[in-house]
Ligand binder design. Sequence first.
Ligand code: ZN
Length: 159
Amino acid sequence: MTTTTHTAIGTLVGTAVGNPLLGFILGLSSHYLVDMIPHGDMFMREPDNLVNKITEKLAHVFVITDIALGLTLLTVLGYFLPNEITRSPVYIASIFGSILPDLMVGINDLVKTALGRKHTQVHFFFHDFFCRKHGDPKLRYALAAQALFVLGVIYYFSI
Ligand SMILES: [Zn+2]
């Protein structure tokens, strides 16, 4: 899933639980579980989980745009949510937990370590769990579905 989608899920977790450690663990767990839903980005990776060299520029544009949209989402939600929520450790820990796995994969793309490689294997075990067997949808449809979900989260917090 996009970082923006994981961020949206992290905000839901961060407003539903009251403990930062629990928020972090639930946010982190949600990342691996939600990534199991086929979401059209499998073609951007080689079978060894490294970035596909043919689609590398697209992947960079995708990630940069995604991070900008994730930050925009946090800014928009900062407008709707009270400061005591958006500045709370549980909110921050939940969002951080929900995006940490992709951050670690990205760091492993740049700096190879044994721990980073192991985590990348674990991440893509979950990420590719269903799409390896059943195929991956077109990226545009997956992005449209995720955009609707994120807009739904914004609407939820705006009412
Ligand atoms: Zn991921």
